[in-house]
Design a protein. Sequence first.
Length: 649
Amino acid sequence: MSQPTHIHKVSNEAKQQARLSEEQYQRMYAESVNDPDSFWREQGQRIDWFTPYNRVKNTSFAPGKVDIKWFEDGTLNACYNCVDRHLAERGDKTAIIWEGDSPEVQDEISYRTLHKEVSRFANGLKKLGVAKGDRVAIYMPMVPQAAYAMLACARIGAVHSVIFAGFSPKAIADRINDCEAKLIITADEGRRGGKTFGLKDNVDEALADNRCPTITHSVVCQVTDGEVNWQPERDVWWHELVADVSHECQPEVMNAEDPLFILYTSGSTGKPKGVLHTTGGYLVYASMTHEYVFDYREDDIYWCAADVGWITGHSYIVYGPLANGATTLMFEGVPTYPGIGRIGEVVDKHQVNILYTAPTAIRALMSKGDAAAKTSSRDSLRVLGSVGEPINPEAWEWYYEKIGNSRCPIMDTWWQTETGGIMITPLPNVNDLKAGSATRPFFGVEPGLVDNDGKSLTGATEGNLVIKQSWPGQARTLWGDHERFEQTYFSTYKNQYFTGDGARRDDDGDYWITGRVDDVLNVSGHRLGTAEIESVLVAHKAISEAAVVGFPHDVKGQGIYVYVAPMTGVTADEALTAEVREWVRNELSPIATPDFIHWSEGLPKTRSGKIMRRILRKIAANEHDNLGDTSTLADPSVVDSLIKHRLNK
Ligand code: WTA
């Protein structure tokens, strides 16, 4: 796996500008892992508490007793921390710059306006009967109201669960039903890349025939003014809801361990998991990582080009930057519309200093040579970030040279929905950079590598990535299923959190994430479970069996290769293939659209009937010369036929 290493050393001049010297960094890191209690006792002060905490860390990863609590006797409100506490000094400062899909459309929302909008909407939610502890689903495009909705929930103590706007009605219904949401907040339509897409339509379908019995209302934000169906007893326009409410709304007093949000994510098996984050630890961690990892400074313009439907949007568009009183840019569109130069043009227009985006976007731009850099100077940039999937060294260098003009350090940040915030990353002008390496653990994070038997590995080596002790941003449980939480993350390797990722540690102690070691795919930075896609496939009447694997893809990182066995008597032709592709798009999401659909009468199975994915992965990746042991297969001839007809030539 080792590749030639491109090292970018921190120059002496750059070191002068760093927030921390190498020595300070080392000292702080050592304290953070040797004495987490006193380290986080101090760091917890970066946010405002209604009642101060006495107890800092109270956590156990022990089998059957996993229990994670931070700052447990403190009380606070996340919305107060992201909004109210900035009013005195930053009331007129821009909290959110909204850049529309069309370059002609933009908006700037001050902290004062944010306070008013969020408070009004919070009062609107109360009017509809939403109270502390209730769950609220949010299915919104990238408009400021998505952030208002999240913050309004936090203000009144309701637990939001944002559902990515690309998900299907079925996926919406599953998520609503799992957390028994009382209300859903949506929009008429969203806009992306010059087109509109329906959102309320999908919600209508999800709620049809009493499919989601816990939902009492759907609140609809008017974004495009497109036509929608209306059910007067259920549907409420956002603007009508807030027309006659006060813009004063006391933030609810929340315990540090009260839930802040649930975010569904894909696992290697079964239905999506409702990852639960609580209030105090999450906010401390999101705010601290945002400040240190991006070297955030008071007057910076900060842009995280993610979607609020994913954890990156939660922690680094909304909660982290707003807790720090930052100006956060929210982008409705896509990097390639109206032209390939859009990202740089947005940077110039708003004088962005910090840009945080995903390798898949970088690779899409890179595939057009340096056209993406031709229409802008990007002179305002100071720090770059990457997140969501491994960044290959070529894409890293391209990002560094073409977007950052070879003068902005790149923070390759490894983390997960479950970790709440960034876990492994360099810090700007503190750590030397290596193209493709996430380098060092953040403060308080103690990574380890273990072999498949759980034996801890030392020195330069490769293995399964675990985290040895708790950090404040860690997920506390899976909604309604603590047993699954323990099973998924704490049973593979005892007393450690298992990430599901593999990693290599080099001679300098720097980490290189090699990707998932379980059945989770990462397609264009979107996390998808193979089991989820398979269950949609086998629900199609023409399909008897399905196996889904990933394969290396130049732009998407991973593509989706689907093996399907037809029902007896079914002829698998092009029309059926197209139908199955549409089926997956509609039943799950366009992000899950298969790249290849390979029909086969049989799939390679062990004698006990287990599908051998290892072999299917190799065939999809065109590595069929090296299939490993096939002797345990019930019918080895299936493999020859699959190779002969493989689609990824
Ligand atoms: C992958 C996104 C390599 C990893 C924040 C992880 C990465 C999964 C990186 C989590 C990175 C994320 N380098 N791989 N810098 N960042 N990943 O939950 O496989 O959507 O387990 O959280 O993305 O995806 P999730």
